[in-house]
Design a protein around this ligand. Structure first.
Ligand SMILES: [Zn+2]
Length: 372
């Protein structure tokens, strides 16, 4: 059982690449195959819920008896008589996936991908809760779901962008580029090639900003202009960093600053922190208030207690990398990072309308916010 578990834990902990080609397999359509069982409380009456990440988090995929009764693939041992001089056709620098991982798991992935297990050179696998989201509460005003942080703001910003383009004349007078950027890896620090703490967004904005709107009839002067196009773009841009916020939890009300206790379904929350754990400042609040007013979206403010730790977002790191004005906001939710989080139904609609209004009105409002 232990070796069985070891195989599976490797699947979760490690990420494999091979020559830049990546086989990504989703287990979405499969039945539930793995579960991490907790120890029954009767066997260890601990006050806090703690566990050893190395030894107590192995998922269980089945029982050993079933494994023994099955004609599974066995490991092929190859022992060359002598060290080969050059690479032969069947030389493999790494063992096959079916030897490194449990063959059952590789077979499941192969079946899902519609290929033979021997054709799988490598893969990445991530475990997640398969329970579907649902709406609940006495008036169906709550959402119970995994990963509201931060799929909810990803969804709202995407819908806001789409809605802002509904009218065929939406872009007729537009002087800005409407752009959303959804990043991987925020929960592990964002310092990856495609994370927010990389050069990806600045590089994309740089490339977009030097593209001529109309390449016909360009003069030499127009071309010289593109030298500082990126700096000009960034200086006149505004970044909204949208990540979920904390609603006041009635069971722990004292954990919140007494005048800043956001509630679910009362509008999007602007996050403020004097130590710049959030990137909000007052010109941003002025702009966002006007954006929200135009679509009737209520807003709330969140400030963490001075004696409390504070979360952070990608807002400060992107703000620093770009030098662009930035504001941090998000919808209020409970139980952030729990496997089952709780959010407000109406806040989804509020945030969509807020983003829609931002995209529609930013170009017009941008030049009207002055800081003396
Ligand atoms: Zn988070």
């Amino acid at each position: 059982m232990e070796a069985f578990g070891k195989h599976l834990s490797r699947l979760i902990d490690q990420v494999y690449f091979f020559f830049g080609v990546l086989v990504k397999v989703s287990l979405l359509t499969l039945e539930i195959v793995l579960r991490i069982p907790t120890l029954a409380i009767h066997l260890d009456r601990q006050e806090t819920f703690s566990f050893n990440k190395e030894t107590q988090l192995f998922p269980i995929a089945g029982l050993v008896a079933a494994e023994l009764n099955r004609q599974g693939k066995t490991e092929e041992s190859e022992k060359p008589d002598e060290i080969p001089n050059g690479a032969s056709e069947d030389f493999k620098p790494l063992k096959a996936p079916t030897e490194r991982h449990h063959p059952y798991v590789v077979e499941l992935i192969a079946k899902e991908a519609g290929v033979d297990p021997s054709n799988i050179i490598d893969f990445e696998m991530i475990l997640y809760d398969t329970q579907k989201a649902c709406v609940g509460g006495l008036n169906e005003e709550l959402i119970f779901s995994a990963r509201l942080d931060n799929l909810e703001m990803s969804y709202c910003s995407t819908m806001g962008l789409i809605n802002s383009l509904k009218s065929p004349t939406a872009l007729d007078k537009e002087t800005s580029i409407r752009l959303i950027s959804l990043f991987d890896h925020e929960e592990i620090g964002s310092r990856t090639a495609q994370g927010a703490d990389s050069n990806m967004l600045p590089a994309i904005i740089r490339r977009l900003s030097v593209l001529p709107a109309d390449s016909q009839g360009l003069t030499l002067d127009d071309l010289t202009d593109t030298v500082t196009a990126y700096e000009q773009t960034v200086a006149s841009s505004f970044l909204i960093s949208a990540d979920m916020a904390h609603s006041v939890n009635p069971n722990y009300a004292a954990k919140y600053e007494s005048d800043h206790r956001p509630e679910m379904n009362k509008g999007t929350v602007i996050k403020i922190n004097a130590n710049a754990r959030y990137a909000t400042n007052s010109p941003g609040i002025v702009l966002l208030q006007e954006v929200a007013r135009r679509k009737g979206v209520p807003l709330q403010l969140f400030i963490v207690r001075n004696d409390s730790s504070c979360g952070s977002t990608i807002g400060p790191m992107l703000s620093a990398a770009l030098g662009a004005r930035t504001l941090d906001l998000g919808n209020a939710q409970l139980s952030m990072h729990s496997i089952r989080e709780t959010g407000g139904v109406y806040d989804v609609e509020y945030a969509i309308r807020l983003f829609e209004s931002f995209f529609e009105h930013f170009s017009e409002l941008e030049g009207r916010i002055f800081v003396d």
